[in-house]
Write a protein that binds this ligand. Sequence first.
Ligand code: PNW
Length: 486
Amino acid sequence: MWAKIIFVSIFGISQVLGAYVFPKDFIFGAATASFQIEGAWNESGKSESCWDHIAHYTNEIDDHSNGDVACDSYHKLDEDIKVLKELGVDSYRFSISWPRILPEGFSNKVNPDGIRYYNELIDKLLANDITPLVTIYHWDHPQSLQLLGGWTNPRMVEYFADYARVAFEHFGDRVKQWATFNEPQQFCREKIWGEAPSLGSVALDAVAPYLCAHTLIRAHAKAYHIYKNEFANQKGKLGIVLNLPWTEPLTNTTKDIVATNRDLEFQFGIYAHPIFTKDGDFPKLVKERVANLSKLQSFKKSRLPEFTEEDVKEIRGTADFLGINHYSTSLTSDASDEIDLFTPSINNDRAVKSTIDPSWPASEIFWLYDVPWGLYKALMYVKNYTNNHPVYITENGFCEEAIDDQGRVHYYQGYLQSLSDAISDGANIVAYYAWSLLDNFEWHRGYTKRFGLYHVNFTDPSRPRTARSSAKWLKNFIHDVKSNNL
Ligand code: PNW
């Protein structure tokens, strides 16, 4: 089927008639994250991360597994490079494990073996013509810092900035694309949103998510200025990765339309608005709503901290690109009549209900459906929201276990078509990374849910990687786009 596609080149844009359009220098990649793949959890000077701690000491992981070995990528980086090469990607998005390079959390003590491991990975990628996109923080901060309050501690701004500086110092001569944070939506609300039932504590449900947002946005901005001021000679790009699931109003009533906009502002705008709009602040809607509800709930001031004028100046415009992780779509309806507004929680502030259309093809994880037009809508929304700032799609993928994973092939076909349509309609998309290169530790789902283009056998000590049908499909797809773009 691919051989039949006809490409023509118009104004430097290579176009596939009736099918896919990608700019000439478009980047295709695959993504992973340190905790999900590396293993070697306590080797060569690495300390315990907050996720090691969750997996070792709580009952929160579905299969009671942990990241002690995972895909063993710490010992198998040659195998990871081999499959990346086989896929034919231009780029690899991976993350650095904070406790592997700064075991105590602080920059006073750098672990030489941690630096060695990432140096080796970066050098081997470059030797294979694969450019790294490095996520500085993909959820696994040192447990020592969790004991100091994690992201609710405002001092994390400095600790993170110091950590980022170490990364720029050691790797920035070769890494030219950096993402500070992956999906604050998830780590600021891990216990509150979707993954686990509410903890029923005002501190964790109603206050912590806002402290976290306030801290991490300032941490991001500080890292940006360090990079631009102290490492200007490295001439790289730095951005942040946000999760943007698409959502449509369930009905065309004003209530549902308003609720859908509110949902987007609470999920995406709260992180995007300060950095990507000229306001440099949280969305007005979010500020007003949390302030009003806080008052109603007898708080002395809003549960959402304010940025100072100085903060706003520091934060505004601090990203060369916006990374978007997009997976699925939902339908939103208003829930403000159904919730007790006197019970403080970010969920009640948001006041929406989500559902899906039962005709959408389901994946093997409860929140993920194959709805390709959702990606198109999300990208058009981002175009408008950020005044067409450059976007990298930093994750997109499907959950399916079979080696002959026709559901995932169907998903990638449709989503890459939507991506191409969005590009044709003017969206400024620079890169696309599939999630994930490998099956890996899927957080609270342990090893029970699989997102890999490559299957990993977790019961075999050598953790063999096997290409799924989707890996073969994507390889051909990238090859066809590249060969016709020449
Ligand atoms: C992302 N949701 O998390 C993370 O960046 C990855 O580490 C993870 O493995 C991947 O997506 C697949 O889950 C998400 O509920 C977790 O909409 C949950 C959602 C979205 C993304």
